[in-house]
Write a protein that binds this ligand. Structure first.
Ligand SMILES: [Zn+2]
Length: 263
């Protein structure tokens, strides 16, 4: 049962990944994400349906456009594969549950935001805002389905979002004292609010803590590898996304083993 289901989940994830590629490319440029259909950016020929199949399309075209033979970035199949694997991981952990569908959505938003932050150093408002709304909606639906008080879930989501914003105000404030310049972008606070809605305030704190570790490690190794100055601007969105993902998959385990360490 698990093997065919896993294949279907991977295919679904890869297809969503294909759409994430479109969103990441078009949203920051202010273009429509639904029209026109996918086409080669150079010769503008529309992609055939069978060339548009996630991962496989790129493979059988050997990474080149069918018409003008210009190179198609490796990034497209890589993002599709990563999305497929993320969907699979969430499915394995949460099985057949409403959480699985919810976290597929959450991770798709996180991945799109991370890639846009890498490319443009911004986190677009339409994405962080819709992500926040979906997080609140998810908690409310979850409350209804688990027949616990849905009001508690709704309040939990809102408290998480508010804590996210406060936390970032505090981090920005401390960062501006240490670095003597603006340390965090406004988009990061909105992303933290979105994470708070999805994760709740307890897991949000853990996620931000992990994100900071990821940020320090990535910033440090980047500084060493590229021999650039320590403290150079780098996108923090991907660190927050990774922190969220680790918390999502292993948060309870991390918190309980931490509590066992210091009884
Ligand atoms: Zn072409």
């Amino acid at each position: 049962m698990l093997v065919p289901a896993s294949l279907i989940v991977f295919a679904l994830g890869a297809s969503i990944g294909s759409f994430i590629n479109v969103v990441v490319y078009r949203l920051p440029a202010g273009l429509s994400v639904v029209y026109p259909p996918s086409r080669c950016p150079r010769c503008l020929n529309e992609l055939k349906a069978y060339d548009n199949v996630p991962v496989l399309g790129w493979l059988w075209l050997k990474g080149r456009c069918r018409y003008c033979k210009s190179k198609i970035s490796m990034r497209y199949p890589v993002v599709e594969t990563i999305t497929g694997l993320l969907f699979l991981l969430i499915f394995w952990v949460f099985q057949y549950s409403p959480q699985t569908i919810g976290y597929w959505i959450f991770c798709s938003w996180l991945l799109a935001l991370s890639l846009i932050d890498f490319d443009t150093m911004t986190l677009p408002n339409p994405l962080t805002k819709s992500g926040l709304m979906l997080g609140v909606l998810f908690q409310t639906v979850l409350g209804f389905m688990q027949s616990t008080s849905f009001i508690n879930h709704l309040i939990g989501a809102i408290v998480g979002a508010v804590v996210g914003i406060w936390l970032f105000d505090a981090i920005s404030f401390i960062g501006s004292i240490i670095f003597q310049k603006e340390a965090m972008g406004g988009g990061d606070a909105k992303l933290a609010a979105m994470m708070g809605a999805w994760l709740g305030w307890r897991h949000l704190l853990l996620a931000v803590f992990i994100s900071c570790i990821v940020g320090v490690v990535a910033g440090g190794s980047g500084a060493v590898l590229e021999r650039r100055k320590w403290g150079k601007k780098m996108p923090f969105g991907p660190c927050l996304a990774l922190g969220s993902l680790i918390t999502l998959l292993g948060g309870e385990m991390i918190i309980s083993s931490y509590l066992r360490l210091f009884p």
